[in-house]
Design a protein around this ligand. Structure first.
Ligand code: SF4
Length: 351
């Protein structure tokens, strides 16, 4: 597959149905999950896209693109529910072919209109009834056990909205990790949270059984951070750097990652330079395109658009080159978004 077609798909999305989809929520969302050329691909659903997925092929203006593509099958664990009657699908979702993903707390102290990240819709899936506010550790353990047994899930991602406590939500993550590891000891888990004020919490997450960690800054440009993420921007970049360094010490090189979003207005060359510094510090910069979807302030208020294809490809190639030179690969992460790769084109360009 040509990289440019994969880039266009990541930006323009596709029309049509896929058995495994994700509704609006935390992070990049509202997508359908496909396998393209053997790699997981989370592609935005876009009724205006020129690409159509007909169940077997991707067509562009009615012509087969020739992509080797298949849909991810609906997992069997979606048909189960807890003893209390909560559908497993509301507790955790299948991402890509083999990732179980959950948002352990679906609310965020930063969700006020003047504070929230303008690309985020974490509480919209809660309002629509697609999920529950707080996932209980024993429920996640039950879902994870079933997803591994019935559907061959190989890794798990746990993210969280930010809580008011100084741990910023990490302690509940640790409780959830402990419960899942007790039920499925071999399932690698990545946790995702803001830098906890007490850096000792990072060790707690590791001791609970997490094997990778994402501490997501989204942009290294403070002006961009204040504009797009006013709440999160109150946490200084110096706090992120301290948390990444401690996480690399505890989890190891290339078991720590951060999202960098292309399309928020950051200078592409500065973005690549910043990503290289992260790589040198042992942190994997998971480069993803800004994905506009309704329900976010970016789309509903600002009318923001997906980034330019050439910019996404240039940044991704620049970052992938330094990853290769440094011997780092997303596939070498034990668990998490970098290990999955479906929301990025880094795996398509050697990262
Ligand atoms: S990259 Fe992360 S958010 Fe995207 S599908 Fe994979 S696990 Fe889910």
């Amino acid at each position: 597959m040509s990289v440019s077609t994969r880039v266009d798909l990541a930006l323009l999305g596709f029309r049509g149905d896929a058995p495994v989809t994700r509704s609006p929520g935390a992070g990049p969302s509202d997508d359908g999950h496909l396998v393209i050329d053997g790699l997981s691909a989370a592609i935005p659903r876009n009724p205006l896209s020129p690409f159509v997925f007909d169940g077997d092929r991707v067509l562009l203006d009615g012509v087969d693109t020739g992509l080797d593509v298949s849909a991810v099958d609906r997992p069997r664990f979606y048909d189960l529910q807890t003893a209390d009657g909560v559908a497993y699908e509301k507790l955790a979702k299948l991402h890509g072919r083999d990732v179980l993903a959950t948002t352990v707390v679906q609310t965020c102290i930063r969700y006020g209109e003047d504070q929230r990240c303008r690309f985020c819709s974490i509480e919209e899936s809660l309002r629509s009834g697609a999920t529950v506010a707080v996932k209980k550790p024993h429920e996640l353990a039950e879902v994870a056990e079933a997803a591994v047994r019935l559907d061959g899930v190989r890794q798990m991602v746990m993210t969280t909205g930010t809580s008011a406590g100084s741990d910023r939500g990490a302690r509940h993550l640790a409780r959830c990790v402990r419960a899942v590891r007790a039920a499925v000891p071999d399932l690698p888990i990545q946790v995702q949270c803001e830098p906890p004020a007490d850096l000792g919490t990072i060790t707690e997450l590791h001791e609970a059984g997490a094997r990778s960690i994402g501490i997501h800054v989204e942009s290294l440009d403070d002006d961009v951070r204040r504009r797009w993420m006013p709440g999160k921007a109150t946490v200084a970049l110096s706090e992120y750097r301290a948390a990444w360094a401690e996480a690399v010490r505890v989890f190891g090189r290339n078991q720590v990652s951060t999202y960098l979003i292309v399309g928020l207005g950051e200078d592409p060359d500065e973005m690549v330079a910043g990503a290289r510094e992260l790589i040198d510090a042992g942190v994997y910069p998971f480069v993803v395109p800004f994905r506009p979807h309704p329900g976010t302030l970016a789309v509903d208020v600002d009318g923001a658009r997906a980034p330019d294809a050439a910019v996404l490809e240039k940044v991704s190639r620049g970052v992938a080159e330094h990853l290769r030179l440094s011997g780092m690969s997303g596939a070498d992460q034990n668990a998490g978004c970098a290990a999955c790769g479906a929301c990025s084109i880094l795996p398509n360009v050697g990262g």
